[in-house]
Design a protein around this ligand. Sequence first.
Ligand code: ATP
Ligand code: MG
Ligand code: ZN
Length: 498
Amino acid sequence: MSYLVLARKYRPQKFAEVVGQTHIVKTLINALKLNKLSHALLFSGIKGTGKTTIARIVAKALNCQNLQEGYEPCNECLHCKEINKGIFVDVLEIDAASNRGIDQIRELIENLKYAPVKGKAKVYIIDEAHMLTKEASNALLKSLEEPPRHVYFILATTEPNKLPPTILSRCQRYDFRRLDTKTVMRYLKRICEGENYLIEDSALELIVKEAQGSVRDALSLLDQAMAYGVKTREDVVVALGWHEDSLLEDLAVILLEKNLREAMEFSTHLYERGIDLLHLMEKLTEFFRNLFLAKALHKEFNFEIYNSKLKELYVVTSLEEILLIFQTLLRDLEVLRRSSYPQLQFELTLAKICEYEKLIPLREILQKLEGLSSKAELLFLTSEEISTKPKDWENFLKSLKGDYPSLYQILEKLPEPEINSQDVVITVKGEENTLIDTYLPLLKEKIEKYFHKTLKLHRETLKEFSPEEIKTRPEVQAIIKEFSAKIAYIEPYKGVEP
Ligand SMILES: Nc1ncnc2c1ncn2[C@@H]1O[C@H](COP(=O)(O)OP(=O)(O)OP(=O)(O)O)[C@@H](O)[C@H]1O
Ligand SMILES: [Mg+2]
Ligand SMILES: [Zn+2]
């Protein structure tokens, strides 16, 4: 006998066998009992969570010749058996993703008017419903609205947002949830018992985590693990090639050890394996966040580390150090999102973290040098020359450019500010007043940090517009038009003082 994959062997045949999704199962059974089941159902949710499975059980419940208690199909009668084999004439599964989709829909609509051939109800299960062509969904619409009494439609999709609103509004919607870790864990354990397969809990945990709430994924990973004879957690890592968690932990070790060479090799290795770097970086950031919280909150924060080397490093690394890595990752994550060179950017981030210590003293040295040189200059420059240091302003702008491009653009257009011994005096006029106000707190902070001076705004008096002039300005006209509004009163703008 050929080997039956676990997902098929253990496909639930009746409601009671479905794992999780209790809200859905309950509602469906109730509707069946009261004979109030909607004729157009939409099952949406992530892959492998029971959409097709439950659709088939509903089809059986509607056609079973010997319904059991709780509206369960008997799975023994001819109808149930034929539905299980997929050969029952009145239950039709259509894969909207295949070319045959539209032809089948046309044929289906043609045949709707005829009573069921054998059973009590005709059930059409339309899988991947979001893939229906426009013509096909148009053809479906009318039938969905007023299906004949003996007809039921069950649309299944992983991407309900891709369905036209006209279809959505005609269906009663059931949202299939990811199954939680505990539930999947319990289920896998039960299956391993059923299969007489011995495996450590920690190994199953890894599989469950990787499956991310999809029962089918959990079962096929278990299939693979069994094929390798996996027993322990390490076995899983080896047998299944890579696992996100172990990958993250390995990477965390490299970063905490500040091993630049290994970091670069690791990065190349990831790239060659076609691993999604952005996703990994997101996970890595989250990982360091958890590491930080675990360290900061001690035992209150439940976070498990499996890698023994990482466990040691975690103990000896300071909280500040972990925070610094977390911050760098978080900041660079944004950059990576926008980068056209993800691999280079990813490497740069790893390199930065590994080389912190070399970078930080260098920065301190630079700062000291800067301090020295400005003191030296003091000896030679006249007071007038000291009051404006255009070079510094330029550098200040440069330092903003990357992180705050909009602020940079505003400042760049302003006349060079006057920098005296205590203040940085920026002159703004007209519209610049409003623009700069949006950024005032930020700008104030940045200037204080960079120059160790306070920000002073010199606002050149606004040109006074007469009420008539204001009313005719294009932006005012546009607002009036857009909102069909009237001007109630006009108040002069006073600006905000820092
Ligand atoms: N809730 C569940 N309870 C028990 N087993 C499940 C459940 N969901 C999925 N499975 C297992 O996964 C297999 C696939 O499930 P099913 O075909 O119902 O997924 P689906 O939600 O239709 O996924 P897809 O979106 O990929 O079509 C089933 O054969 C079954 O073994
Ligand atoms: Mg399916
Ligand atoms: Zn039956």
